[in-house]
Design a protein around this ligand. Structure first.
Ligand SMILES: [Zn+2]
Length: 209
């Protein structure tokens, strides 16, 4: 990031919200929404070049725009998945965050851990080897035969990040995260939508066709 000179409070321009320049379209790194955010204040570096302090109207959290136009914190990579248990959710959020700061090895290591989290969350024993958890998910049919090829990609990519010194490139880490997201969607999000949209009293098994 470019170094800029700090000149003190006298150079900070506070904005009131009544001009078009008092608002900025950006993707909020906290809530992942595209927002028209409030520009709270700016520092003018040169004509047309500003530092901006922003406030998200959706989640209320602050962000900043640097001299190159980048927003911090950066937006999370990958889709939001509904219905994740807390521990799985925080591991998945961590994986998404690592991608937004180009930490590709970390991303794959966390994706590997997410597979273990899913298995333990589905009642596998803790403290086992990684291979045990993959077998467990297959045995319990969370990984079905037609999912095996892409779940295997998460496994082989993550194993490579764990056991070799070479770092994965952006593309591979992206694919590892996106396949992990798909697995989470199948294991948790569908169940979540059923509980949200199908009334509890409705016994789907007995519904006549
Ligand atoms: Zn927000």
């Amino acid at each position: 990031m470019k170094k800029v000179e700090y000149k003190g409070h006298a150079f900070i321009n506070k904005l009131g919200g009544s001009n078009a320049n008092d608002w900025l379209q950006y993707k909020c790194g906290h809530c992942s929404k595209e927002v028209s955010g409030a520009v709270v204040c700016t520092v003018k570096l040169e004509p047309g070049c500003f530092l901006r302090w922003l406030n998200c109207p959706e989640c209320g959290n602050p962000s900043a725009q640097d001299a190159e136009g980048n927003i911090h914190p950066g937006s999370l990579f990958g889709p939001t998945i509904q219905g994740l248990p807390d521990d799985v959710n925080s591991a998945y959020e961590e994986a998404r965050r690592t991608m937004s700061v180009n930490a590709y090895t970390s991303c794959e290591l966390i994706c590997r851990k997410i597979l273990m989290h899913i298995a333990v969350n589905k009642e596998a024993k803790e403290g086992e080897k990684f291979a045990y958890y993959i077998d467990y998910l297959e045995k319990k049919q969370f990984i079905t035969p037609n999912m095996k090829s892409w779940v295997n990609l998460i496994r082989t990519n993550a194993n490579e990040s764990t056991h070799t010194l070479a770092s994965p490139d952006e593309n591979r880490a992206e694919s590892t995260l996106l396949f992990t997201a798909e697995l989470l969607r199948i294991v948790y999000e569908m169940e979540y939508y059923v509980s949200k949209y199908v009334p509890e009293s409705e016994d789907t098994d007995k519904t006549e066709v």
